[in-house]
Design a protein around this ligand. Structure first.
Ligand SMILES: [Zn+2]
Length: 167
């Protein structure tokens, strides 16, 4: 693994830095406080939390501005450059939590999906429950043209359909 290198987060110069190892930290600075006593902020690594698809996110804050950002986008923007039109952040190994610079690239959506399918980490392949929270057990799974459908949801949908019909 290469040595850890820190660069300013694009658009947050003087507030946050991101490293080629996929870590994000606040920058040491002095902030004026409402009570007129300056408070110094020490550098600290930001807590990263995965979103529903397993992408690690950090919360950035400046004055009253708050933003949730995906870590891979911060790494790529700082070390590679802005996202080219029509591209998105791709993880070579298919692991959305691995935000090492050498695992990331800007690529097309279809190349990204291919990575995920190749590694078995495609979000729909990995998902164990339907959007309503029913488990994809063999009994509850309907396979139609390569996609999974939830039997329970289909049943509820049909019942509601006939209820509105008869009302
Ligand atoms: Zn369901």
């Amino acid at each position: 693994m290469s040595a850890e290198e820190w660069r300013p987060v694009i658009g947050w110069d003087g507030y946050y830095e991101v490293s080629n190892h996929g870590r994000v930290r606040s920058v040491s600075r002095v902030v004026p406080h409402a009570a007129k006593v300056a408070v110094s902020v020490r550098p600290r690594p930001l807590k990263q939390t995965p979103n529903a698809r397993g992408y690690m996110q950090v919360g950035l804050a400046r004055n009253r501005t708050h933003r949730t950002s995906k870590v891979h986008a911060l790494v790529l923007s700082a070390f590679v450059g802005p996202c080219p039109v029509g591209m998105e952040g791709c993880h070579e190994d298919g692991n959305p939590a691995n935000n090492q610079l050498d695992n990331l690239r800007w690529g097309t959506h279809s190349s990204n999906v291919k990575d995920q399918v190749r590694h078995g980490t495609h979000h729909t392949a990995r998902r164990t429950h339907c959007p309503s929270g029913h488990e994809y057990t063999p009994d509850n799974t309907i396979r139609k043209s390569g996609r999974r459908h939830c039997r329970e949801c289909t049943r509820i949908y049909r019942r509601n359909y006939w209820l509105t019909k008869s009302a």
